[in-house]
Write a protein that binds this ligand. Structure first.
Ligand code: ZN
Length: 534
């Protein structure tokens, strides 16, 4: 049915194109087709699931003040992200109505929680489907997704959502999705949807741009001016996130190659999914998707070119970034401090719960001074401090962090003075609504305790909670690559050290040690022997 619809639209747009030069200006029928009133439903359901964490992500984690959101609240939910770009460009077109369908925003735990329960998925998806039916018909649907959502007993949650949306909107409507390059995708999503646009860079700079593209191409498709055809390739390469920095070759080279294809061929879009190894999924690993305007041969050709290039560069993709063991990294930080190569960033890339204390332990053991530790997550301790009415100047004597699971390590005894009480740092930059506590201890150190995992990506963010990062010589954070946005790309940090614990815990670069059930590491480079491609 899709094929029939698309070939009819293709013929229609060809005939319009043929008419236009003859008429010398836009024919009335062409004019009508570019301004015909259309209705687009807008949905959002995004999560990067670390399926090895021992606690599930529930309906409650997605339910808080402001989430779920619908109507204008949904459409304005991330003005600098996919949604912002989508809404901006959609509203530049005449006669386009956007309908914000009730959708959950991000989990309050960020990505620091495990499998989404089937109940939570069903809860939100069944409401979306019911509302689509009630508010339809629609000419198009925009799905703001991630791609590495892990739901218990649902193999491919994003493709499944697209399938159910397709059932409601029918074969004539067009469906577009936006994705994170950490998505674990195969060809299934585009079996039910028509268009996909994936962020290219890591740090993820171009969410807004991909949202803009999604709107423009969805509207062009609906109005018969674009006929999406796609090709998908999955070279068997599995990498931990910390190695995927696109500021470094050959990751940078693959992004550049995708950009060159988009530059030299009009109406071509190249999606490069690095994949997300900490989600145990049947469709994990690297993926390339290419979308063309009614040219399947070109899509196949570019997809092969991208996948074959990645395969050729596989060794450098895997071994290009140095990661230190915790004790070694902290010793190097101490030396850099003595040598004046400050500020220093110590990035624990492997902590997936936020509660890990391995880096804090080494800071204490090696007597590192003037270090800002942001953060160690401890929901229970934050609750205790809230009940006690914690305030600046209080003596602090508590066990902090650890214990959530074996990867978090042991709690650490901290004795010091409360110097900072705040609502925490938020992505919007206006401070958060959580309780965060900053404790001064040791020689000029500050430990920030938050209820959940927090990934600090830029020193400027500390201003939200009244801390000046320039007061410290080292900043110890929980981030893999995103911190390069504010610490590396602008030259802020003079020393950058990526660290992880000795043991191959759930965020490790030693993926072969993870207890995968659905993914077989032996089918991927560099873990399996004799893995070949194509
Ligand atoms: Zn990502």
């Amino acid at each position: 049915m899709n094929v029939l619809r698309r070939s009819l639209l293709g013929l229609l747009s060809l005939s319009l194109l043929a008419l236009m030069p003859l008429a010398g200006h836009a024919a009335p029928s062409a004019k009508a087709s570019t301004t015909k009133p259309i209705r687009i439903a807008v949905l959002r359901f995004a999560h990067e699931t670390v399926t090895f964490l021992p606690y599930d992500t529930t309906t409650e984690d997605f339910t808080y003040e402001g989430s779920p959101a619908r109507g204008e609240a949904l459409l304005s939910s991330s003005p600098r992200g996919y949604m912002g770009g989508f809404v901006k460009v959609a509203r530049e077109h005449a006669n386009v109505e956007l309908v914000g369908i009730e959708s959950p925003l991000g989990s309050k735990r960020g990505s620091g929680s495990g499998w989404i329960t089937k109940d939570a998925y069903e809860h939100f998806v069944s409401k979306m489907i019911a509302e689509l039916k009630a508010q339809g018909p629609f000419d198009g649907v925009y799905l703001s997704l991630h791609g590495a959502m892990g739901v218990r007993d649902v193999k491919k949650p994003e493709a499944e959502l697209a399938r159910r949306v397709r059932e409601v909107v029918g074969p004539k409507a067009f469906i577009a999705g936006t994705f994170d390059p950490h998505g674990n995708e195969d060809a299934d999503f585009l079996r039910y949807a028509d268009l996909a646009f994936c962020i290219k860079y890591y740090p993820h700079y171009d969410g807004y741009l991909q949202g803009e593209r999604a709107a423009r191409m969805l509207i062009r498709s609906i109005r018969g001016d674009y006929k999406p055809t796609s090709a998908t390739r999955k070279p068997p390469i599995l990498t931990p996130s910390v190695l995927q920095w696109t500021g470094n070759s050959p990751w940078m080279d693959l992004v550049q190659r995708a950009l060159v294809w988009e530059a030299r061929e009009p109406d071509v879009y190249v999606n490069f999914f690095y994949g997300f190894a900490f989600m145990d999924a049947v469709d994990a690993g690297m993926t390339f998707e290419v979308i063309t305007n009614g040219n399947p041969e070109l899509a196949e050709h570019i997809a092969d070119d991208m996948a074959n290039t990645a395969w050729r560069l596989r060794e450098e993709l895997y071994y290009g970034t140095k990661v230190y063991k915790m004790a070694e990294g902290v010793a190097l930080a101490k030396k850099a401090m003595a040598d004046g190569k400050t500020p220093i960033v110590l990035a624990d890339h492997s902590d997936r719960s936020g509660a890990a204390t391995w880096l804090l332990q080494q800071v204490i053991e090696q007597k590192l001074s003037n270090t800002l530790i942001a953060t160690v997550a401890d929901e229970d301790l934050i609750e205790t401090l809230r009940k006690k009415g914690v305030k600046v100047g209080d003596k602090f004597d508590y066990m902090v962090g650890g214990e959530l699971d074996v990867s978090a390590g042991d709690p650490v005894h901290i004795v010091g003075t409360v110097k900072n009480v705040s609502g925490g740092m938020s992505r919007r930059g206006n401070g958060g609504s959580q309780l965060w506590v900053g404790v001064e201890f040791g020689k000029g150190n500050m430990l920030l305790i938050s209820p959940y995992l927090h990934q600090n990506t830029e020193p400027e963010a500390f201003a939200q909670i009244g801390i000046n990062p320039d007061d410290y010589k080292a900043i110890a954070i929980k981030s893999r690559v995103h911190f390069r946005r504010g610490y590396h790309d602008n030259g802020y940090a003079k020393t950058i050290l990526l660290v992880e614990p000795e043991q191959p815990f759930l965020g490790t670069i030693h993926l072969e040690a993870l207890p995968y059930k659905y993914l077989d590491v032996n089918k991927f480079y560099p873990f399996g022997k004799n893995v070949t491609y194509p």
